[in-house]
Design a protein. Structure first.
Length: 460
């Protein structure tokens, strides 16, 4: 797994540098296309201006003009206007390279202006520099993001590149050929000038082809990178989905375990309490039946004991049902909840339950409040079930470093205490809170539980 991650990292880094290199090459080629187009523009306008000056000096203007089908633009105006239009095209390129994230509408407008400026430049040069359209095509590819707009512009520019041919248009339009200016020179000079101009056209075309190659590589690399990201996203989504399923299964297992634990606890409670009392009542009834036959005078005494056992079993059943009811803390504050619990137990049992508070109170952590209430509830239940108390005291003491809870009841039946489910449950709950739990039975038949929970104060 670790080696796979390293390999993926190396591949990503290699892809980044490759994409970065291709991007730099695209920028360099576009700069070269600008310089080549400007070179062709300068060569064309300088030859036209120089030839015109030579013709005027040699008084052969009529001879040159007679070879044209239309009157050419004055050389001075031609150089000025063509330079201005070309610089406007370059200025728009620089503007878009400096300002990122232009809107699609603004890009559409700027490319439209590019095409219009290119047509104006071709008009000034009498369609003698079609390579300017190649520069406009690179602008469309680089700056137009929306596919529909990009295809429209590219189709339009390709059609322009095809139809804007001097030989095709000169038969219908009054155009003058750049070659007419070159015919004024001797053959060797004419060949050199034609060679330079055609070489510039050829180099421009080569750089345009290189631009397309690198742009395609960049697009392919970007497509590959997007596919890799989509694949990684899909794998992450699948892994997340699997983790979510596993988490749900884990949660369901925990829920089932909690239910099973609660069922086991209730089963033990029923077995240890209700089953015990029913057995005792059954034995008491058998004693009563024998008393009817042998000594009827003992019957009231035996029935009284059976009645006492019945009342105690009813009390235990009520306590078990109360533990299944919604938590009193959802309806009352901690002190009120424990006070109400004490009153309810006092009302349906002979035990008097008292609740007192010591120390300066403060707001407790919610989890600790719930634990204290449940421990008080469990402590009272244990006292009623395993003792014969007439007094149960609950003392909650607030200290600086935590809270202390004492539950004291009399009527202990035996001093040898064997921890059952109740005491074990309290101990586990206190250990979860990093607290301490102690209990003791003294010779006065009093049983005391003492719990200390540190850092109980709520921090927010």
């Amino acid at each position: 797994m670790h080696s796979n991650n390293i390999l993926k990292g190396i591949q990503s880094l290699s892809s980044f540098f490759k994409n970065f290199h291709n991007g730099l090459m695209v920028k360099a080629i576009r700069v070269a296309l600008i310089l080549l187009n400007y070179g062709i523009l300068l060569l064309t306008t300088i030859i036209i201006a120089h030839t015109t000056n030579l013709v005027c000096t040699d008084f052969e203007a009529y001879k040159l003009l007679s070879s044209f089908s239309s009157v050419p633009i004055p050389p001075g105006s031609l150089i000025l206007y063509s330079q201005i239009v070309f610089l406007m095209i370059v200025g728009l390129i620089i503007l878009r390279s400096r300002i990122k994230n232009l809107s699609e509408l603004l890009n559409f407008i700027l490319v439209s202006i590019d095409i219009i400026l290119a047509l104006i430049l071709l008009y000034y040069l009498n369609i003698s520099n079609k390579s300017i359209l190649l520069l406009i095509i690179t602008n469309i590819i680089v700056y137009v993001n929306k596919k529909r707009n990009k295809y429209i512009f590219l189709t339009f520019c390709v059609i322009l590149y095809i139809i804007l041919d001097f030989d095709i248009l000169s038969s219908r339009l009054h155009l003058y050929s750049f070659g007419n200016y070159l015919y004024y020179y001797n053959a060797s000079t004419r060949i050199v000038l034609f060679g330079i101009r055609n070489s510039l056209y050829s180099v421009t075309l080569v750089f345009f082809i290189l631009f397309m190659i690198f742009e395609i590589q960049v697009s392919l690399e970007e497509t590959r990178r997007v596919k890799q990201l989509n694949k990684a996203l899909f794998e992450s989504t699948q892994q997340l989905r699997l983790s979510n399923i596993q988490l749900m299964e884990y949660w369901k297992r925990n829920e089932e375990m909690a239910k099973l634990k609660e069922r086991n606890r209730l089963a033990r409670d029923i077995h240890d309490t209700i089953g015990h009392y029913l057995t005792a009542i059954d034995m008491g009834i058998k004693v009563c039946l024998k008393a009817i036959e042998k000594d009827p005078q003992l019957l009231p005494s035996h029935l009284g004991k059976v009645h006492e056992l019945t009342q105690k079993s009813l009390l235990d059943i009520r306590m078990s049902i109360k533990e299944l009811q919604p938590d009193a803390l959802t309806r009352y504050a901690l002190h009120s909840a424990i006070s109400n619990l004490a009153k309810e137990i006092s009302n349906f049992s002979k035990a008097k339950v008292e609740f007192s508070i010591n120390g300066a109170t403060y707001k407790l952590n919610t989890q600790i409040e719930e634990s204290i209430y449940h421990i008080a509830q469990e402590g009272i239940s244990n006292a009623v079930r395993h003792s014969n108390p007439n007094s149960i005291r609950i003392i909650l003491t607030y200290q600086k470093d935590g809270v202390n809870l004492q539950i004291i009841n009399n009527g202990l039946k035996q001093t040898n205490i064997v921890p059952g489910f109740g005491l074990t449950h309290i101990k586990e709950k206190i250990e979860e809170l990093s607290g301490s739990f102690n209990y003791r039975a003294d010779s006065n038949k009093e049983f005391t539980m003492q719990i200390f929970i540190p850092q109980a104060k709520r921090t927010s």
